[in-house]
Write a protein that binds this ligand. Structure first.
Ligand code: THU
Length: 131
């Protein structure tokens, strides 16, 4: 795996350690790089009402837009979970990633053990909805 992706996974793991997940105990971290080279991280933040929980991926995307503005474009994102196996991003996050990325946007996700999974947004969300 390219050094840049390994470094991004390390950033995602650091963000995941800051997750607020007292209900699921499922700590997720995300780190993304924008087309201009900006680095942004996010973690999941749960809520007692459950439904208000925000995923790590969307938290990272929203931080990137808040910093770079509405023209922010997503180049790549790394996602980690504090579990032995890797988990692919949820459907809601895939749709939000598609708002700012394209089919070629790189995605890498990893658990604690095993080889990180490398894929693209086009593979995870074919025929994405868009206006
Ligand atoms: N979660 C994420 O942060 N990203 C995903 O792609 C899937 C799920 C979080 C939400 C919740 O806090 C916990 O993981 C369990 O669903």
């Amino acid at each position: 795996m390219p050094r840049e992706l390994r470094a991004l996974l390390t950033q995602a793991r650091a963000a995941g350690r800051r997750a607020y997940a007292p209900y699921s105990k499922f700590h997720v971290g995300a780190a993304l790089v924008t087309a201009r080279g900006g680095l942004f991280t996010g973690c999941n933040v749960e809520n007692a009402s459950y439904g208000l929980t925000i995923c790590a991926e969307r938290a990272a995307i929203f931080a990137a837009v808040a910093s770079e503005g509405p023209r922010m474009r997503l180049a790549r994102i790394a996602i980690t979970v504090d579990a032995p196996q890797a988990f692919a991003p949820c459907g809601a996050c895939r749709q939000v990633l598609a708002e700012f990325g394209g089919p070629e946007t790189e995605i890498v996700y990893a658990g604690r053990d095993g080889t990180p999974v490398r894929t693209t947004l086009g593979a995870l969300l074919p025929q994405a909805f868009g206006l």
